[in-house]
Design a protein around this ligand. Structure first.
Ligand SMILES: Cc1ncc(COP(=O)(O)O)c(C=O)c1O
Length: 385
């Protein structure tokens, strides 16, 4: 694409996507191959073995990189595979400053896989980024943030984190899964690496598990690409094709997720059975001003606490929906309800979980793109029933 400055919707459809050179097929073919024939040893057409490179995956990597205004993109077989590659940039003795409200799987990987290898993680309150300064020392090599956080929708100031990272020569990586590149571009705000669980909004149809890393830094890219190929958490071409197709409607889906999310957040807040609603679009959300500054919308992720509900009542409520499905994951076209304490965040010890607001009566919604009237009717019958 040779436009000077293509806009998001145009990039979603066209960036990195070329008609197939052999047939002109407008849709990127699924290059279902593990290897490529060489004219003589080492003489190939840029592809030698599919763990290292696959044309369907290459098109997708260019596409996601364009959406994040990044020079380089790498796709992984899951979001966790992508996160794993970032932590493998570190060495024993290195330290990481990260948030105390993280996706449970990231917390589990940091504490159960990488701490035994001698990497130290500080799980701290990042709602005031300046707090990071209290945990930086000569061994600090990485700041890992999630914003909005999963599941209590805290907002972390990406630019402030980037200033601290740059001043101390530390890499800043941002898990941008909840916002998607449509709502937030951390690299524009100074981040070095963006990570996505592509499984969520980018894929958008709950049919693929995938991760991605994006960066503008050539040297970080070289190191990540080496880990990518050496450790091998690379996705297959069929999944790459599905995500290319999913991304073509990312901007349309996100607009509807945001519209439906806003209506549902206000509805929940006004309901007498609901004690608390977490959604960064509320003007009295503690970091609403930062959300307004760094995001282009507030998305369809909402968490809320049922008033005076124990585990049994919360389970009963979570199982009483017609349109919202009780399931892990998020970001697909269909609406989901999740019970973080026993589902996505079960791997975090109870006390730590509750300190971060993940109490037994907390529920998380991934608001889909169904008709808003039907979603409201479903919520009403569950809350009033
Ligand atoms: C914020 C966030 N980061 C990372 C992940 C992990 O991604 P994956 O499930 O694709 O490995 C998830 C999955 O739920 C997530 O919600």
């Amino acid at each position: 694409m040779s436009l000077k400055s293509p806009k998001f919707a145009t990039k979603a459809l066209h960036a990195g996507i070329e008609p197939d050179p052999s047939t002109g097929a407008i849709m990127t073919p699924i290059y279902q191959t593990s290897t490529y024939v060489q004219a003589s040893p080492g003489q190939n057409k840029g592809y030698a073995y599919a763990r290292g490179k696959n044309p369907t995956r290459s098109a997708l990597e260019k596409n996601i990189a364009a959406l994040e205004n990044a020079k380089h993109g790498l796709c992984f077989s899951s979001g966790m595979g992508a996160t794993d590659a970032v932590i493998k940039l570190l060495r024993p003795g290195d330290e990481v400053v990260t948030g105390n409200d993280l996706y449970g799987g990231s917390y589990r990987m940091f504490t159960k896989v990488f701490e035994p290898f001698g990497i130290k993680f500080h799980f701290i309150d990042l709602t005031d980024a300046e707090n990071i300064n209290n945990y930086i020392n000569a061994n600090t090599k990485l700041i890992w943030i999630e914003t909005p956080t999963n599941p209590t929708m805290q907002i972390v100031d990406i630019s402030a984190c980037a200033r601290i990272a740059k001043a101390n020569n530390i890499i800043l990586a941002v898990d941008n899964t909840f916002a998607s590149p449509y709502l937030q571009n951390p690299i524009d705000l100074g981040a070095d690496i963006v990570m996505h669980s592509v499984t969520k909004y980018l894929g958008g149809h709950s049919d693929v598990v995938m991760g991605a890393l994006l960066t503008n830094d050539d040297s970080i890219y070289e190191r990540l690409a080496f880990i990518h190929n050496s450790c091998g958490a690379t996705p297959g071409p069929m999944d790459s094709f599905l995500v290319i197709r999913g991304i073509k409607t990312l901007h349309l889906r996100m607009e509807r997720h945001c519209q439906n999310g806003e209506i549902i957040a206000h509805f929940l807040r006004s309901h007498p059975r609901v004690e608390k609603v977490y959604w960064p679009g509320f003007t009295d959300h503690p970091n609403h001003d930062i959300a307004k500054k760094q995001m282009r919308g507030y998305g369809g992720m909402i968490s809320f606490v049922l008033k005076d509900a124990g585990l049994e009542e919360t389970f009963k409520f979570a199982s009483s929906f017609q349109v919202f499905s009780l399931a892990e994951s998020l970001g697909g076209v269909e609406s989901l309800i999740n019970h973080p304490a026993t589902m996505t965040h079960a791997s975090i010890p109870k006390q730590e979980r509750e300190n971060a607001g993940v109490v037994d009566a907390l529920l998380r919604l991934s608001v889909g793109v169904e008709d808003i009237e039907d979603l409201l009717e479903d919520l009403k019958q569950a809350l009033d029933g």
